[in-house]
Design a binder for this molecule. Structure first.
Ligand SMILES: [Zn+2]
Ligand SMILES: [Zn+2]
Length: 137
């Protein structure tokens, strides 16, 4: 069963939809993902033919590694897409989806490039809101 999935950037100038299914999430800890996101990237993915760019007036692409490009909103800076030239898959930043879709992190990749300030296994407290008790130094 295909479902209509929607998402977009923070300012709303880039909007997309997927008529199909989303892959479970891959967390990428590579240096480029860490720099572009400020942490690491969690991305779902769909087939290209199931993906439609609904609004893309401010969509920009950046090539960090030849053969691959990263799509982001040039206005608000949101990281959105990652794709291989001519590839059949569009990777989509999981945080840009409008609604929860029951996706889970299924793999961590480029763990050898991960930052040294976080564990990769989710062994830290998981809080529903920002009310943590981590003290200031
Ligand atoms: Zn935007
Ligand atoms: Zn990466």
């Amino acid at each position: 069963m295909s479902q209509l999935i929607t998402g977009g950037c923070m300012c709303g100038r880039v909007r997309y939809q997927v008529l199909g299914k989303l892959r479970d999430i891959v967390a990428c800890h590579c240096v480029q993902c860490r720099r572009s996101s400020g942490h690491f990237v969690t991305a779902t993915a769909c087939r290209r033919r199931e993906f439609t760019l609904v609004k893309g007036e401010t969509l920009k692409w950046y090539v960090a590694v030849p053969g691959f490009r990263r799509g982001f909103c040039g206005e608000c800076g949101s990281s959105l897409f990652f794709e291989e030239d001519g590839g059949e898959r569009v990777s989509i930043a999981a945080g840009s989806l409008d609604k929860p879709h029951g996706l889970k992190i299924a793999a961590h990749i480029f763990a050898s490039e991960a930052g040294d300030y976080y564990p990769i296994e989710p062994s830290v407290p998981v809080l529903p809101r920002g009310g943590h008790t981590v003290p200031l130094p």
